[in-house]
Design a binder for this molecule. Structure first.
Ligand code: KIV
Length: 266
């Protein structure tokens, strides 16, 4: 048995940090497992990072399932969470249950992630009741990007902070075992982490969260389109790959590739 919900809750209890990486394919998931990461999140950020879209909104349930199956094959032992895409859980409770059920049945996911607070609490409660672990997502919610008018730090004002605290409590009471906090002031995330049973995982939420998540392509420097303040690039992946491609082009054009050793002979 690999990483389970119990492993993660034990880590929180013991004050050990949890690591999560948003991944969309077999190779990156395999690297996560080899590096000893705890959780892989099949994030709907694949809309921007993998598909080159402007937002996560067009991503479909079938696309999420396709990517999640590949991630599962690459990281069979990690705790796998799958994002429920926009409009796959907002239409009705029945439709949401059906769609979350599909993700669990078809991908081998151990949890689903939903954006929202009080308004999704009845769904979170029902999913938990039928045995589907739920991860919430508060602060900046990418599926509501048009409502916010773009990426934004949430929880700076007294009203916003109170709203996040209230939403967090609603999710926790409904059974969400984990909540991702995106673009939230450090102090707000600290208060939530210290006062909750649920695991907090931050992205742009400071160092006090129980865990941290980054998108694979951000972390390895492959995604150069934007670099939010909270992204740390551990390697300049795009530069390294570009240089390799340039060398390949040069070698082919000069006749240096393939060599006799790289050929099958006469
Ligand atoms: O879609 C995603 O990858 C996410 C993380 C950035 C938390 O939701």
């Amino acid at each position: 048995m690999g990483v389970t919900l119990r492993t993660l809750l034990k880590k929180k209890k013991e004050g050990r940090k949890i690591t999560m990486v948003s991944t969309y394919d077999y190779i990156s998931a395999k690297l996560c497992q080899e590096a000893g990461i705890d959780c892989v999140l099949v994030g709907d950020s694949l809309g921007m990072v993998f598909q080159g879209l402007e937002t996560t909104l067009p991503v479909t349930l079938d696309e999420m399932i396709y990517h999640a199956k590949a991630v599962r094959r690459g990281a069979p032992d990690l705790f796998m969470i799958v994002d429920m895409p926009f409009m796959s859980y907002q239409v009705s409770l029945e439709k949401a249950l059906e769609n979350c059920g599909r993700v669990m049945k078809e991908t081998g996911a151990q949890a689903v992630k939903l954006e929202g607070g009080e308004e999704i609490a009845p769904l979170v409660a029902r999913l938990t009741e039928i045995g589907i672990p739920v991860v919430g997502h508060l602060g900046f919610k990418p599926q509501s990007v048009h409502l916010f008018g773009g990426p934004k730090v949430m929880g700076k004002s007294k009203e916003e902070k109170e709203k996040i605290m209230k939403d967090f409590k609603a999710l926790e009471d409904a059974g969400a075992f984990m909540v991702v906090l995106e673009s939230v002031p450090t102090g707000v995330a600290k208060d939530l982490t210290e006062s909750s049973r649920s695991i907090t995982v931050g992205i742009g939420a400071g160092k006090y969260c129980d865990g941290q998540v980054l998108v694979f392509h951000d972390l390895v420097g492959l995604y150069e389109e934007v670099k939010p303040k909270f992204v740390r690039r551990y390697v300049q992946g795009a530069k390294i790959f570009r240089e390799a491609l340039e060398r390949f082009k040069m070698d082919v054009e000069r006749g240096d590739f393939p060599s006799p050793e790289e050929s099958y002979g006469e």
